[in-house]
Design a binder for this molecule. Structure first.
Ligand SMILES: [Zn+2]
Length: 234
């Protein structure tokens, strides 16, 4: 299968579904990543917005080597992603580029502005993906993909309905998270836990719910004609 993860910022994919993507990799599936912003205000120490974006994109590419994944950067401004005909079309094109059977992205209950808007944009374009009359550089997605929403930061507002046991790949997942070196350094300045520790704790908590050592949690998107195949999860 072709698996697509769509994150708002470099690091979101690894934090929320890195273990699941590693399991897909181990089962021989292809992984693709799309980033709606390059997190270009996600540091107070790195300098200009351009410098931050360049640093974070190169860290994302380093993390993506672990899957390994093709990566597409859409480069909207951090914290200013909005729902317009243009952003919808760009997201739809990025999904058609990957032609996925399974899509992962944020959940609309996520209160981070870009996380929320990324989730909304993906939901808004789902019904256009297979349309032959939608203007596009790419062919329609071959079959209706399953869409899964991943966990929120610290799990706020998120009610899981499916889990992936990531025990066997958790150390690799944490290595992927640690490759976002600038975010690890910056967040450690003001958060109680390091980014890597935060991921370990949340994976352990979802594992506690799931009856495994470590897990990632998901909810499925449902719409008429777009029902998820839970058996697509690894
Ligand atoms: Zn984020």
């Amino acid at each position: 299968m072709r698996i697509l993860a769509i994150g708002a910022h470099p690091d979101d994919v690894e934090i929320n579904c890195g273990g699941t993507l590693l399991k897909y990799r181990d089962a021989g599936h292809e992984v693709f990543l799309v980033l709606t912003t390059s997190g270009n205000i996600g540091s107070n120490t790195l300098g200009s917005r351009e410098e931050i974006a360049n640093t974070r994109e190169s860290e994302q590419l380093e993390a993506a080597k672990l899957y390994p994944a093709d990566v597409k950067f859409l480069r909207y401004d951090d914290q200013y992603l909005v729902d317009t005909p243009e952003t919808r079309a760009t997201i739809a094109e990025a999904i058609r580029w990957a032609n996925p059977s399974v899509i992962f992205t944020h959940d609309p209950v996520d209160m981070s502005a870009d996380h929320y808007m990324t989730a909304i944009l993906v939901i808004r374009v789902m019904q256009t993906l297979t349309g032959v009359n939608v203007p596009s550089e790419y062919s329609p997605v071959q079959s209706k993909p399953s869409l899964f929403h991943w966990d929120t930061p610290a799990g706020h507002h998120f009610k899981p309905e499916a889990y992936v046991d990531i025990t066997e790949v958790v150390e690799k997942k944490l290595e992927a998270v640690s490759r976002h070196r600038s975010q690890n350094a910056w967040l450690s300045q003001f958060q109680t836990y390091s980014l890597v520790d935060r991921c370990r704790i949340q994976s352990q908590f979802r594992g506690l719910q799931n009856g495994s050592d470590y897990a990632e949690a998901f909810r499925a998107y449902r719409n008429h004609g777009f029902m998820p195949r839970l058996s697509d999860l690894p």
